[in-house]
Design a protein around this ligand. Sequence first.
Ligand SMILES: *[C@@H]1O[C@H](CO)[C@@H](O)[C@H](O)[C@H]1NC(C)=O
Ligand SMILES: *[C@@H]1O[C@H](CO)[C@@H](O)[C@H](O)[C@H]1NC(C)=O
Ligand SMILES: *[C@@H]1O[C@H](CO)[C@@H](O)[C@H](O)[C@H]1NC(C)=O
Ligand SMILES: *[C@@H]1O[C@H](CO)[C@@H](O)[C@H](O)[C@H]1NC(C)=O
Ligand SMILES: *[C@@H]1O[C@H](CO)[C@@H](O)[C@H](O)[C@H]1NC(C)=O
Ligand SMILES: *[C@@H]1O[C@H](CO)[C@@H](O)[C@H](O)[C@H]1NC(C)=O
Ligand SMILES: *[C@@H]1O[C@H](CO)[C@@H](O)[C@H](O)[C@H]1NC(C)=O
Length: 389
Amino acid sequence: MRVFQSLLLFIPVIVAEFVPGGSFGRPTIGPYNNCSGELTSRPKDLAIDTLPNISPDAPSGWERWDLTMYQDGLFLSMRWIQGDPASSHSVPADGTFELVAKFANGTSYATHTSGHKLTSTNDTSLYSITIADNTLSWDDTQTSFNTTLSLNGLTATFSSESIMLDKFSPYAGWIIGQLTENLFSGIPMTRGRTHVGSIKFPWGQEVTLKADSVLTHMFSEEPLPTLATSYAIRVFRSSGKDFGDTFIYESSRAPNTSEYNAFFLGRAENRGPSFEPYTFYAGTNNELLSTHQANSTSISAQLAGCAHTNNVPFSWNFTLPSKPTAEHIDSAGGKTSYFIASVHAAEPNGNVVEQQSGMGFVQVYESAGAGLTQNIPSLGGEQPDPDAQ
Ligand SMILES: *[C@@H]1O[C@H](CO)[C@@H](O)[C@H](O)[C@H]1NC(C)=O
Ligand SMILES: *[C@@H]1O[C@H](CO)[C@@H](O)[C@H](O)[C@H]1NC(C)=O
Ligand SMILES: *[C@@H]1O[C@H](CO)[C@@H](O)[C@H](O)[C@H]1NC(C)=O
Ligand SMILES: *[C@@H]1O[C@H](CO)[C@@H](O)[C@H](O)[C@H]1NC(C)=O
Ligand SMILES: *[C@@H]1O[C@H](CO)[C@@H](O)[C@H](O)[C@H]1NC(C)=O
Ligand SMILES: *[C@@H]1O[C@H](CO)[C@@H](O)[C@H](O)[C@H]1NC(C)=O
Ligand SMILES: *[C@@H]1O[C@H](CO)[C@@H](O)[C@H](O)[C@H]1NC(C)=O
């Protein structure tokens, strides 16, 4: 034993510092907007943040972009993946595109193509990622994410409009984009609507798309199970006559039991000829957000009001359906469940509080053995750093 220990001392410690691109990995100082009713500044590197951070030629690591869509009668999950997120032997050059469709009658259809190296373009007028013949593209404005698909007899062309010109990233440990330490994620399209296009299935059925959509982006150099035992990413939308609100609530638990929370609340408001975006809040582990889990599937969340809302808080109640719309088991036995939730919201608008209903996309990941859905992390954990300025 002693010999073994002294041998260990001579093994060189290789600390390969991974520096992600764009705004990922930079330190942050906390909420970038607190109820001012304006976007004080658009996040820089908005469009670049969506590009690959893991090179397809890198020796390890993984990255994935999930485009999830829902319209009456059709749920679609599309994933561009480099490497295997669950494996310590992940090879980024091994790219996979996969699609899952679930129809209203309960029938599902899944297809994928693997073993292709991801290619990308980095040019302000056209950024894109491609796996085989499946491309997601956007430009510097990030107003639309255009998709073309062609695999195994399935074809599609559509555009997802990103109503609001910003994005959302969590910042565990006060590092931009960290969901837990060294696990990076972001939502480049906070409030998407997919239209102008359709999908055609191999049996000839063509569906015109008019869907709510969300795009998430996640990557790391290390396998997911070593970085998180669970996380939940919840994106809720509600819309009134004059405005549409988006509420994002993320929570995660690291293997060492540290818990992190992040939230975003933005509104697109009808002002004159167009919808103008603004952000109320974006924050991490902040006392402005309070949540209460009524039972295993029902949560109510409240964000404090402010002068701009006559100090009336916002609240969202949501209940997850007992069965997920889709489920994915990874190579390490980790489970990701996708839910379409309905939500009831009370939202201040001028002098009134509007009662609205809306929908939500919820994605819950649990590593193998992490326990039941009940254990999605509660609020708590990291507190704001008082020395941050
Ligand atoms: C379910 O709906 C899909 C899509 O409309 C259709 O292709 C399929 O035949 C339906 N299945 C059944 C059993 O009705
Ligand atoms: C994209 O190009 C810009 C400008 O040349 C460069 O600063 C940036 O690092 C590139 N990003 C990626 C992910 O290649
Ligand atoms: C995306 O598609 C829209 C039309 O649907 C087009 O106006 C826009 O230029 C396209 N953007 C990119 C980056 O291809
Ligand atoms: C977990 O690890 C993080 C990062 O090293 C550290 O800040 C935190 O205090 C740890 N939490 C616990 C409960 O050990
Ligand atoms: C949780 O509460 C909600 C709302 O009251 C209810 O609809 C749901 O059935 C409850 N679920 C369980 C598992 O008790
Ligand atoms: C945000 O504004 C609210 C209400 O004015 C205030 O209570 C809170 O401390 C502010 N939070 C931050 C992080 O500035
Ligand atoms: C949310 O649920 C709580 C507790 O049942 C209730 O008091 C509140 O009115 C609900 N809020 C909305 C917006 O439905």
